[in-house]
Design a binder for this molecule. Structure first.
Ligand code: GGG
Length: 354
């Protein structure tokens, strides 16, 4: 019997609405498979908590999360709390504390009807973006000098350690080899003359251990263009923290929107808990209206199951998502339907258990 202890952080805005549907999916799996069970412990952290306590999470929050196998997070950020505080004090804090240095973000077109692209390649978008998730442009290194004075200067330093750069690139090569796909590195070595020159160098050096993997290297600006004109060129993609964040939103744009974009924050060694989340934010404009698309959050459940070796269930969840896409009437308004968040969730569980 496999038991997975899950910490739930529904967070802000639509976070609680979509996480509830993901939890229902896990509970349904528990009913269907007597060899797997889950326990859920919910933490009330987020912007409301911040407004009451002055912190996005408890001071001992990281210690309390340490005892879990996985963290299932909804969304962070809400008007009234500066975005850099809500992000740094919860989401980025957890990623860093638990060395979740791999961010796995599939960019996959589940149905040709979902893409706004008109080119022939539109039917063939199936990539896995591997984003460096622990340092780079999100290292939090910088300064704000002479605040409010005419000579005011702000510094935001990208930190690319050899350890951090090498391990993410090696992880990506391993994934490309395992899945027998090409590997593309996205960087910007012509302009970022320290960090990205180093990135490109490490990409080449590590590649010597993987002569069987076909590689490509694009500047981030060119890659943005090719994501739109030739997305079929990309299979496994490895890139830095900031570029990965931006490119995967672009990826969501060509595959059906953020309502279908998932992300897994992985500590591959399993020394610490890994975290699973929809890529989207808290969407305050639709929060509480019951129209948020829960599919990205449900896809995160599929990533979680894969991570814990339950690939059979991970695949069943993803296959059910694919089969839902054809039923427009049963989808939320962002995908052209009229269904509510819970109606999508209920229909999903119905189909999974069919
Ligand atoms: N679903 C988590 C969430 O609210 N993400 C918002 C966000 O801005 N994330 C930035 C990042 O993934 O680095």
């Amino acid at each position: 019997m496999k038991h997975i202890k899950i910490a739930l952080i529904p967070g802000d805005g639509i976070g609680p609405e979509v996480v509830a549907e993901g939890v229902n999916v896990l509970k349904a799996i528990e009913q269907l498979d007597s060899d797997i069970s889950f326990t859920f412990t919910e933490f009330p952290w987020g912007c409301e908590y911040y407004l009451e306590h002055g912190n996005m999470m408890d001071d001992d929050g990281i210690d309390r999360l340490r005892e879990f196998d996985a963290i299932y997070l909804g969304a962070v950020g809400y008007p009234g709390v500066p975005d850099h505080i809500s992000l740094w004090d919860l989401l980025l804090r957890i990623r860093k504390a638990f060395d979740q240095y791999v961010n796995l973000r599939p960019v996959s077109l589940l149905d040709p009807s979902l893409t706004p692209l008109k080119s022939k390649s539109e039917k063939n978008i199936d990539m896995l973006v591997i984003r460096e998730n622990s340092e780079g442009e999100y290292a939090g290194a910088g300064d704000w000098l002479f605040k409010g004075k005419p000579e005011e200067v702000v510094l935001q330093t990208g930190v690319f350690s050899r350890k951090g750069t090498e391990r993410i690139i090696r992880y990506a090569y391993e994934e490309a080899r395992r899945s027998n796909r090409t590997l593309t590195s996205i960087s910007k070595g012509n302009a970022l003359n320290y960090s990205m020159v180093f990135w490109d160098q490490v990409f080449e050096e590590v590649g010597k251990d993987y002569p069987d993997v076909t590689t490509y290297s694009y500047l981030v600006d060119a890659a943005s263009l090719y994501f739109v004109t030739h997305p079929e060129r990309f299979e496994v993609v490895v890139t830095s923290n900031l570029f990965g964040d931006i490119m995967t939103d672009l990826g969501a744009g060509i595959t059906g929107g953020l309502g279908l974009a998932t992300g897994a924050n992985i500590n591959p060694e399993k020394t610490y808990p890994s975290m699973f989340e929809p890529v989207h934010g808290s969407a305050p404009d639709i929060a509480g209206k019951g129209v948020a698309n829960p599919i990205a959050a449900i896809w995160s459940v599929s990533q979680m199951l894969d991570f814990f070796g339950e690939e059979k269930w991970g695949k069943a969840v993803l296959d059910t998502i694919k089969s839902m896409i054809g039923e427009t009437a049963n989808l939320t308004p962002d995908l052209g339907g009229k269904a509510s968040t819970s109606e999508v969730g209920n229909r999903f569980v119905e189909k999974l258990t069919e």
